[in-house]
Write a protein that binds this ligand. Structure first.
Ligand code: SF4
Length: 503
């Protein structure tokens, strides 16, 4: 599909228009200069005075025409960037409308292509906008459907029940710790994860660096009297290191971090069941780790084999029971919709198996369609469900969780994929993960330690976000962790000093 865009000179339109086009067409190229052959031409007229007026005419190669127009009051803004944002929204509104009319498809999330839709509603709630007005705005300005607005409201309400002081946690931080090793690498993995076998040297050096980061960060937090809200060990698979190494790591956490007893939640991803042993569960219990994740992804054996997860369905179930019997009472499980070879019947099987275990929370991911397509291209034996079937499976998850008393408590969307899908975390009453809420809603700083760990520094007053990423591969990390720690401490000093001087 080739779309020629006319009437928009500013290059800043390119990316947002491409992202919206990607919601409709799997392979799509948009151009701002005439091409030899275009499937669609969309001609915009934009005028900005006290109002922003945008109209667009879509013409296809057969001469079919769609037309849309949108008018919106221009809100005075402090910067050119903010002005442009308003114009961009108006253009996106018209663009989405003509594409929806032409394709007959409805984008349930409207013009939103970002990954955190619930943030929009939180922003309105913080401003104390009446609910009906906030919903109307989501519908009129962003073209979000009622179904998704209801979901957003349900999630936002749930989050504020779980974390009533969500809007007041900007002076605390959460910590993410990245352990970049796994027993083997899964076929669809995009995380920093290295097969652990034969890498003991690299693991030792990495852990040395991580202990250093934890000590330095802990010192800073203590000196500056900054509390920790949650800690999350992810990766990779944090349980792929040995029980002794885990023990030393958690001991370090207790020694270095401030007031660990009062951290609201500590999670360790034990994602791969093949890494879970009674010894490791003992260590988790010893250090009062509240929450673990055991991720089946699917309960169909061929699928697990096809995606390179070297464990069996039985192993997932056995390890779940083992963890339960050893006192783990907050277990999350992840399922993935759209794995190669999987359709409605495989997913129904996964839900049936889940029913036998009833984990405290269930996160339902949708495999990125594009990535899945790549997998299909690379290995012909993989078949990936189409968009309609994927939606069916998402609806099954929604119904199943509702019937079994789970509530959606966080969601994020994947960028740049066909089908405009979302990932949703569901939890039984009072079992929602606070860290997941913190990472999604961006109300406080998250400090990333370890390999591939992304830090997100959020200014306590302005909410301005500064991203900072640790290196992804262990070798670079081992060579430079001191420098990365220093850089993060510098950012933290600036962030929290400013706050003191303004107070
Ligand atoms: S277990 Fe997770 S992090 Fe590890 S290779 Fe598989 S998808 Fe990647």
């Amino acid at each position: 599909m080739r779309i020629l865009i006319k009437g928009l000179e500013d290059e800043r339109f390119h990316r947002p228009l491409q992202l919206i086009a990607n919601l409709f067409f799997e392979e799509c190229e948009i151009a701002f200069n005439p091409l030899d052959q275009n499937d669609l031409v969309i001609d915009f007229t934009v005028s900005v005075s006290e109002t922003i007026n945008v109209s667009g005419v879509l013409t296809d190669s057969k001469g079919r025409i769609e037309f849309a127009a949108y008018e919106k009051a221009l809100i005075p803004a402090a910067s050119d960037k903010e002005y442009f944002k308003q114009v961009k929204h108006a253009v996106a509104h018209v663009y989405l409308t003509v594409l929806q009319d032409w394709t007959g498809m409805t984008q349930k999330w409207g013009i939103l292509t970002g990954i955190r839709p619930t943030k929009l509603l939180h922003r309105q709630m913080q401003k104390q906008t009446p609910t009906a007005a906030a919903h109307q705005q989501l519908k009129d300005e962003y073209l979000i459907t009622d179904e998704k607005i209801q979901l957003m409201q349900q999630i936002v309400d749930r989050q504020l029940t779980v974390v009533p002081d969500l809007y007041e946690l900007q002076n605390e931080v959460s910590i993410y710790i990245g352990i970049p090793f796994c027993p083997t690498k899964c076929a669809y993995c995009t995380f920093p994860a290295y097969a652990i076998n034969g890498r003991q040297g690299s693991v030792d050096s990495f852990l040395g660096g991580l202990h250093y980061e934890m000590q330095k960060m802990g010192e800073w937090l203590k000196e500056n009297n900054v509390k920790i809200t949650t800690v999350y060990y992810g990766g990779g698979t944090p349980t792929s290191i040995s029980a002794e190494e885990m023990d030393m790591l958690y001991e370090e956490m207790y020694e270095s971090f401030p007031d660990v007893e009062n951290i609201r939640e500590i999670t360790v991803e034990a994602g791969r069941p093949d890494t879970i042993t009674p010894e490791k569960l003992e260590v988790l219990k010893k250090w009062k780790i509240d929450r673990i994740s055991i991720n089946p992804q699917s309960y169909t054996q061929e699928t697990l084999k096809a995606i390179g997860r070297h464990h069996t369905v039985e192993e997932t179930i056995d390890k779940f029971h083992l963890a339960r019997s050893m006192g783990m009472n907050n277990i999350n499980m992840d399922l993935i919709i759209g794995l190669p070879g999987e359709g409605v019947s495989e997913f129904a099987n996964s839900l049936q198996e889940t029913e036998k275990l009833m984990p405290e929370s269930l996160t339902v991911h949708t495999l990125s369609f594009k990535r899945a397509s790549e997998m299909t291209r690379n290995k012909e034996k993989y078949k990936v469900a189409d968009r309609v079937e994927i939606e069916k499976m998402m609806n099954m998850a929604e119904e199943w969780t509702k019937e079994h008393n789970y509530t959606p408590y966080y969601l994020y969307r994947q960028k740049n994929i066909l089908g405009n899908l979302e990932n949703v975390g569901y939890a039984l009453p009072n079992q929602d993960s606070i860290y997941n809420i913190m990472i999604m809603e961006e109300q406080q700083t998250i400090i990333g330690l370890g390999c591939g760990a992304a830090s997100k520094f959020i200014h306590p007053q302005t909410g301005k976000i500064t991203h900072f990423a640790n290196p992804k591969d262990p070798k670079t990390y081992n060579d430079s962790f001191e420098k990365y720690t220093e850089d993060k401490l510098k950012i933290l000093n600036e962030l929290f000093d400013k706050e003191e001087s303004l107070a």
